[in-house]
Design a protein around this ligand. Structure first.
Ligand code: GLA
Length: 659
């Protein structure tokens, strides 16, 4: 496990650096990230590169036993660049160029900006790519800005031309005869500001994602030839939050060219929500199906929340171990030391403005020791799961643009299926729809609203081969242009599912839903299902007092090929949802790891030898005892045990003696 912090030597006199790196090493850190915002220190004037200071900082870190991740500095351009060429600054939706002094405020499609970024990245790659202490690179920092400038708009129009070929096709796919939107010239097509034609909106999100992918690719192209074979290239994404703009780039498109995905984990106001963060870890891991990094996480507090409360004692340790439980290979805090100036003076850091350790650093020391103890056991292992949830950013975008019920949030709906699995100790992966599905006993595709012919064919093949596919409400309503299929839901998958959606209802009041294995209610959304053939089983029906839904099927199961397809037309209450997910997993033979209370989290990582390593976290405020499935080696406490005693907020790392 890598364990460390973000360090900004450029904020401090050089004579302070040695003490910093030795304090980090003294805490037990073994990695530090640098330079992602250092452009004005690295190139104070155009073409005048000052990289020696960074080499001295890297060497100091290396001398203290710290390995280094370098950031490319493209998220924060120097003043000489933005002043010389204001078109390098992004334009807001109102036509105003953003002001220098922020970050991520550049135009991603600006040729001048791309050239300047290429130059500085090449300098860094050539100078530090072979440095033995540099183990990896982070491209930029948290892509999210959407630029509304003429260059971006023209590039968008060219992208549409390439995609559609001719305006007749575009107008037909977007039904632009509606509201007299029809385009007679590519130059007429706007980059949408806020809500617009659904086809235009989804195309805009794809364009922004591809713009950042090209921007990222130009940096990767300059880095890769100079890196050592095992050096990695990653990016630190947000995860469930995509950014402030409806057209912010999608990590699913961007992560394809990275060795693995990293994410920045901040709780902000409030406290650890194990389901939210576990699902975020699994989403990050699932982007590349590779162990991910938590490139930044919260040391005590943030500074951008409404209330910047501190994490409570024990929370930081549970967070660190939850990351490891879900496949993270690194946890780094943002940041090492509170800077004296700048917009984040009040953000948490391990050292305060006086340079002294904050109280929670003792907990970080404890984790550092535990990570060191467990590293050998965790090395070479990755999360193993028999259940996969599909996370489709295009479906998410389409439903975000047109929720039809203000509470219909895509990621909340996905976590509604994920939570019972986590609490039921059934490991799950969260994958992009294009991921390989063979090997999963159960695939859950929450609200797969955008459904292409290709994806439908892949899901059909998965089911035909014996897979169990659970589809949920609003599946298959739209095509890749965000246009409705001229079909009833689940559209292309109706034959597989053995049902069709006769109609759908945004609920303004709950409706009862009853099955032989639960009695519950639906809120937010309900669909009236009609079986398409006699092999379709009805698993649940709406109660008698609900208008068009009364007595109609709410959930179905349908054999297809060697597999089964479930269709869940209702957004169930938590208890009913837990019963449903438990039933789906049981029928798929996706077994729980072992019996444990829901507030005890069990992560399983498996190595090439098949031997499991379990990370067990007691998120509860009271102790618990667990019978283990077999004698396991207690990595942190030593010895072998068949019964685990965990104190409140306790953590255990247990290695399987056999698989
Ligand atoms: C983001 C950025 C960091 C820092 C933190 C503060 O994650 O990547 O540079 O600003 O927010 O929470």
């Amino acid at each position: 496990m890598y364990f460390g912090a973000a360090w900004y030597p450029e904020h401090w006199p050089e004579e302070a650096w040695a003490a910093d790196v030795h304090k980090m090493a003294g805490i037990g850190f073994n990695v530090v990230r640098m330079a992602e915002f250092a452009w004005s220190s690295l190139e104070p004037q155009p073409g005048e590169y000052r990289l020696d200071w960074l080499e001295r900082a890297i060497d100091l870190a290396a001398g203290a036993g710290l390995q280094v991740v370098l950031g490319t500095p493209s998220a924060a351009p120097p003043a000489w660049l933005t002043a010389a060429d204001p078109e390098t600054l992004a334009m807001d939706p109102h036509g105003q160029r953003l002001q220098h002094g922020n970050r991520a405020h550049y135009c991603v499609n600006s040729p001048a900006y791309q050239a300047a970024v290429g130059a500085i990245v090449s300098q860094l790659a050539e100078r530090f790519g072979s440095h033995p202490a540099v183990i990896g690179w982070q491209i930029d920092n948290e892509y999210h800005r959407v630029c509304y400038c003429p260059v971006c708009r023209a590039a968008f129009q060219q992208a549409l031309r390439r995609q559609f070929g001719d305006l007749e096709t575009l107008n037909a796919r977007w039904t632009t005869a509606y509201w007299s939107q029809a385009y007679t010239d590519w130059a007429q097509i706007p980059f949408p500001v806020g809500a617009h034609n659904p086809g235009l909106m989804l195309a805009a999100k794809r364009f922004v994602s591809e713009s950042y992918r090209r921007f990222q690719a130009l940096q990767i192209a300059r880095l890769r030839p100079h890196l050592k074979p095992d050096d990695f290239i990653t990016h630190n994404f947000f995860v469930w939050w995509e950014g402030p703009d409806p057209y912010s780039p999608a990590r699913e498109a961007l992560s394809q060219d990275l060795d693995f995905a990293s994410w920045d984990w901040y709780i902000g106001q409030g406290h650890l929500d194990p389901v939210f963060s576990a699902s975020a870890h699994d989403c990050s891991w699932g982007l590349r199906r590779r162990n991910h990094w938590v490139m930044e996480t919260q040391p005590g507090t943030v500074n951008w929340a409404a209330v910047n409360n501190a994490l409570s004692p024990g929370e930081l340790r549970r967070m660190a171990w939850q990351a490891a439980a879900h496949g993270a290979e690194a946890v780094l805090y943002w940041q090492w030391r509170t800077m004296l100036g700048g917009q984040e003076q009040y953000h948490g850091a391990l050292l305060d403005a006086s340079g002294q350790e904050r109280p929670f650093v003792q907990e970080i020391r404890q984790v550092a020791g535990e990570f060191a103890q467990a590293s050998a056991a965790l090395g070479g292992t990755h999360p193993k799961a028999e259940v996969a949830l599909l996370n489709c950013y295009q479906s998410r975008a389409a439903l975000t643009y047109q929720p039809h019920h203000r509470a219909f949030d895509y990621t909340t709906h996905l976590r509604h299926y994920y939570a019972p699995l986590l609490r039921g100790h059934i490991p799950a992966h969260i994958l992009p729809p294009e991921a390989e599905l063979a090997g999963y006993r159960l695939v859950i595709a929450p609200a797969l609203h955008i459904l292409t012919l290709g994806l439908a064919a892949r899901l059909q093949a998965y089911v035909e081969a014996g897979g169990r596919l659970a589809l949920t409400c609003r599946t298959g309503f739209k095509d890749e242009h965000n246009a409705l299929w001229p079909l009833r839901g689940p559209g292309l998958l109706a034959e597989l599912a053995g049902v069709e959606v006769e109609d759908y209802y945004a609920l303004d009041e709950p409706v009862s839903v009853n099955a032989d294995f639960f009695n519950g209610q639906a809120t937010i959304w309900a669909e009236r299902l009609r079986p398409r053939d006699e092999t379709t089983h009805c698993l649940a029906v709406y109660g008698p007092e609900h208008g068009w839904l009364s007595g109609r099927p709410a959930i179905s199961a349908h054999p297809y090929g060697a597999g089964w397809v479930y269709y869940v037309g209702a957004w169930l209450d938590d208890a009913a949802q837990a019963s449903l997910v438990e039933r789906l997993a049981a029928e798929s033979q996706a077994a729980p790891l072992w019996a444990a209370p829901p507030e005890v989290e069990i992560g399983r990582r498996v190595g090439a030898d098949g031997c499991p390593v379990y990370v067990v976290i007691n998120h509860a405020g009271q102790p618990c005892s667990l019978d283990l499935p077999a004698p396991l080696e207690d990595i942190l406490q030593g010895g072998t045990t068949t019964r685990l005693e965990l104190e409140a907020q306790g953590v255990a790392v247990l290695a399987g003696l056999t698989w």
